[in-house]
Ligand binder design. Sequence first.
Ligand code: DC
Length: 233
Amino acid sequence: MSCLPNDLIIAIDGPVAAGKTTAARLLAQRLGYCHIESGAMYRALAWKALKHKVDLSNPSTLVSLLAQTELKLRSTSEGFRVVVDGEDVTDVLRSPKTQAAASILSVHPDVRKELVQRQRELGAQGGVVMDGRDIGTVVFPRAAVKFYLTASLDERGGRRYRESPQELGTLERTLEEVESRDRRDMERAASPLKPAPDAIFIDTTHLDPEGVVRQMEEHIHRKFKDRHDFSLA
Ligand code: DC
């Protein structure tokens, strides 16, 4: 992909366990871009809110908590790291409890406004692959390339269950949990999860991460192979 500019913004959105983050990380590595996992920012705030027993339904308390939070995201060769107030919390942010709390607090428009602002600052220079729920629709609506990843509910539930079987209990409960997160993420009034009109759909149900990234690269290659007049996001 020799003619690919080095400062594009690539947006990847989709529901829980569609394979966004793994694909985003791999794609960023291949392109020499930075990977930003926006869900980690919601989970970081959720982790701190749970730690301080802050009411997840109270947006103003959450916004002041966020204002007092130093949130650093690092895209390293070993993966994406999240540091909150000097503590590396990357691994604890993956717990089902923190993920569910992130989905709950992400319904508040004021919380989203603050986090979207931080995401825009992080991606402003381009050369990024950012994954989340509203990257192609709200955070960077003019992103050069947008993907929407999806997979069947059974497949996504299975993936989620295999990540944390102990904490999730049973596959049936995990499927219910994934369905309820889908509902909350897609039905909230503020920036609901939905594909951008110009997003490329990839169904990852029967694909491994390598297969997903291959499709993404093919699309990017087709789009940029003869172009010298692209516009940046
Ligand atoms: O990507 P994830 O599953 O770790 O995200 C956790 C929650 O954060 C998700 O259920 C909804 C919210 N989120 C969001 O509303 N917007 C984003 N761009 C990323 C995540």
